[in-house]
Ligand binder design. Structure first.
Ligand SMILES: Nc1ncnc2c1ncn2[C@@H]1O[C@H](COP(=O)(O)OP(=O)(O)OP(=O)(O)O)[C@@H](O)[C@H]1O
Length: 266
């Protein structure tokens, strides 16, 4: 791995589903030591990008790499990147402990790590309770536990803030910050712009399967309509300006006035 390959990177990523949706020409980097927020409206392609990065979906063109290597070629993928995408993925009749134990076996993680990671996500007291009795916030913490289980270098979290109460959000913010400060990349998708503004260092905004903007958070926010605006107002301004004209879907052609950027905002 060269220094420039570090982190989680998509370059020219294109994936078209049978129905025509997908992503086109998506390039971004979630750099080591940074928390990167992947933002976008419903259907903008966030989950598709994360799935391709994690080798859960194929793609048509471009590359998606972790420290310079595609997920499928990583020698120790669960140690390279921790992730848990599917919020409905845990069997409700199982306990948090049994789910994590079976993940530990699959990832060749020592069984003792299960109790430890339950403590890290503050679920130690409910490890033996059925997941069907968990609140959404508890399920979110369990997803984070699954992602952290193998002590991965990088983290990919799909909508990790959904369902967390204010204390849970503060906890998650601290967790991703510590992970980045330890040198990992954290790539998280979210709809929650106010929370994102308090959580991320870098922002990638997707719309209609394409990158509308990517920049460090302060750069993006200062580029807002009134200057020094909120991420929310910048987001809405960008999405409005970048909205596909009627009859155009994920067509890949840059449109006049569309603030398509790499590392800044025009
Ligand atoms: N398995 C699939 N088969 C067909 N089309 C799909 C599939 N998954 C996603 N799409 C389409 O690809 C586009 C991007 O979807 P994706 O789920 O990546 O967006 P998203 O930004 O994660 O949305 P949300 O915020 O609603 O989860 C959408 O048009 C969606 O309908």
């Amino acid at each position: 791995m060269s220094r420039s390959d570090g982190g989680i990177r998509c370059h020219g990523l294109t994936k078209t589903y049978a129905g025509g949706g997908g992503v086109r020409g998506v390039s971004f980097t979630a750099a080591p030591g940074r928390v990167t927020g992947l933002l976008g409206p419903n259907g903008s392609g966030k989950t598709t990008c994360l799935k391709v990065v994690l080798g859960l979906a194929g793609h048509d063109e471009g590359t998606a790499t972790i420290d310079g290597t595609p997920y499928s070629q990583l020698t120790s993928p669960t140690r390279a990147v921790g992730a848990c995408l599917d919020v409905a993925g845990f069997p409700p009749q199982h306990t948090a402990t049994t789910v994590l134990r079976s993940l530990a076996v699959r990832s060749r993680v020592p069984a003792e790590r299960v109790e430890e990671v339950l403590g890290e996500v503050e679920l130690a007291d409910v490890g033996r309770r059925r997941i069907g009795q968990f609140s959404l916030g508890m399920v979110q913490r369990l997803r984070v536990a699954a992602a952290l289980l193998a002590r991965p270098h990088h983290l990919v979290l799909d909508e990790p803030l959904n369902g967390l109460d204010p204390m849970g959000i503060q906890w998650l913010r601290g967790l991703v910050r510590r992970h980045a400060e330890a040198g990992g990349s954290v790539l998280l998708s979210t709809h929650l712009l106010t929370e994102a503004q308090l959580t991320v260092d870098d922002v990638v905004i997707l719309h209609g399967g394409q990158v509308l903007a990517q920049a460090p958070l302060p750069t993006l926010v200062e580029s807002g309509p009134m200057g020094a605006a909120s991420l929310e107002s910048v987001f809405f301004a960008l999405v409005e300006r970048g909205a596909a004209p009627p009859g155009r879907g994920v067509d890949g052609a840059p449109r006049p006035g569309t603030p398509m950027t790499n590392g800044g905002v025009r």
